[in-house]
Structures are given as C-alpha cells and as structure tokens.
Ligand binder design. Structure first.
Ligand SMILES: Cc1cc2nc3c(=O)[nH]c(=O)nc-3n(C[C@H](O)[C@H](O)[C@H](O)COP(=O)(O)O)c2cc1C
Length: 204
C-alpha cells in the first residue's frame, strides 16, 4: 500500500509511529524556577550529535517540561530500564502543574551535579543537559506545527556501574525500554555486532 498522510491511511490506527520504531524514551526531568519538579517520558527523543553531545525531544504542545525548561534552560534525560517501565508510564499522567510525577510514580529525585533539575535516582543512566535551542518546527508550507523541539547539550553523564561489563555499557544489563507504535513497547534483547565495510580499490 501507499498513502499520503494528509489524505489518510485507511487503517484502523495511524501506523506512523509503528513504522518509525523502536524509539528510545527520554525520561525528561525538570525543576521550575519556583522549585516544582516535573518528570515525563518523551519518545520523540534521540541523540543527534557526538561533538558536541546533543540530544533532542519534541513536545506535542506547550507542556510543563517545556515551560520549566524555558524558565531554567536545563533538563535531565533519564533512560528507562525494563524494571522501571510501570513507573515511567505512571509519570506520563496529566497531573496538574505543581504535582511532582516523582511522588506520583514512587520514584526518588536525586540532585544532578551540574544543573538544578533533579534526576531519577533509580535510572541506569542520566544525561544532564543545558538547553541550546527551543524551536517550533513547521510543515513544508512554513505553517508552524504545535510542537516544541528542545535541543540540549549533554554536560554531564551518570552511569550506574552495575550495567558495565569490562568497561562497556552492556544493554543486556541495562535492558532499555523502547516505544513502538500503538500501545506497544519493547525491551532490547537481541544484541549482535557488525563492522562497517571499507572500500578496497584493488578489488575493482
Ligand atoms: C512512552 C511515552 C512516550 C511519550 N512521548 C511523548 C512525546 O514524544 N511527546 C509528547 O509531547 N508527549 C509524549 N508522551 C506524553 C507525555 O509524557 C505526557 O503528555 C506528559 O504528561 C507530559 O507531561 P508534562 O506536561 O508534565 O511535561 C509520551 C508518553 C509516554 C507514556
């Protein structure tokens, strides 16, 4: 089948997010200027650059995470392991501003080292981020979308040493949760190696 998203897909549910899957989950924690804590999962999240380390997430609307980040210029991106999936899901509750999802989901806010935002003490890795850019992306006609694209430079990284094997991050131990389409999730289980090919002129 082929369809143009603007004209509809004709399927029971929009397949877009099931096609662009799996997506990592950035579990974004923030602190407002007045000290309120916020924690929410975002699967429109990824690392986009090595030098500098940049991560990005997209908020569909002006949610509390974006409002707090606008006030402080900081956020932490916590990574979600399989054993924290229920707490991650709980933290997506549409709680009124001022209610901490840390409390609601039964998680422990721990201080970050370089930023004022809290981190999830139970997370196997946390990226402390300083915001570099907040943008409203447009469609191809230049019409603004209702999304806020937040980019942050990673200024500090926490790793729970329990997920290391011989100094390497071992995803079999971390068991990261990823978002698929519909109500589906997956935990990484199949890990294998591949090396990039090198062009060999002598074989031409
Ligand atoms: C796994 C998962 C992924 C989500 N990804 C996004 C996302 O990428 N963008 C978004 O706007 N909302 C996303 N949501 C919904 C937000 O987490 C939810 O709206 C949250 O309440 C926002 O909270 P806030 O207003 O406190 O920032 C996701 C929810 C879940 C459970």
């Amino acid at each position: 089948m082929f369809y143009e998203p603007e004209s509809g897909h004709g399927l029971p549910h929009d397949p877009f997010k099931a096609i662009v899957a799996p997506r990592p989950i950035g579990w974004i924690s923030t602190r407002s200027k007045s000290g309120a804590l916020n924690l929410s999962p975002y699967s429109y999240f990824n690392a986009i650059s090595d030098h500098p380390h940049l991560v990005i997430f997209s908020s569909s609307g002006h949610k509390d995470s974006v409002a707090f980040i606008e006030e402080t210029g900081e956020f932490a991106a916590n990574l979600v392991s399989g054993n924290l999936r229920e707490q991650m899901n709980a933290s997506s509750v549409n709680a009124p501003r001022g209610v901490s999802e840390f409390d609601y989901a039964g998680l422990t806010p721990a201080p970050c080292k370089l930023i004022g935002a809290p981190r999830v003490a139970e997370a196997y890795a946390v990226l402390e981020c300083a915001v570099t850019d907040i943008r409203v992306p447009t469609d191809r006609h230049g019409k603004p979308s209702r999304n806020f694209l937040v980019t942050g430079e990673v200024v500090g990284i926490h790793i729970d040493e329990a997920i290391l094997t011989d100094g390497l991050v071992d995803v079999r131990k971390a068991k990261p949760v990823s978002r698929l389409g519909y109500m589906d999730y997956a935990t990484v289980s199949d890990v294998y190696q591949m090396w990039r090919p090198r062009w060999d002129e002598s074989e031409r």
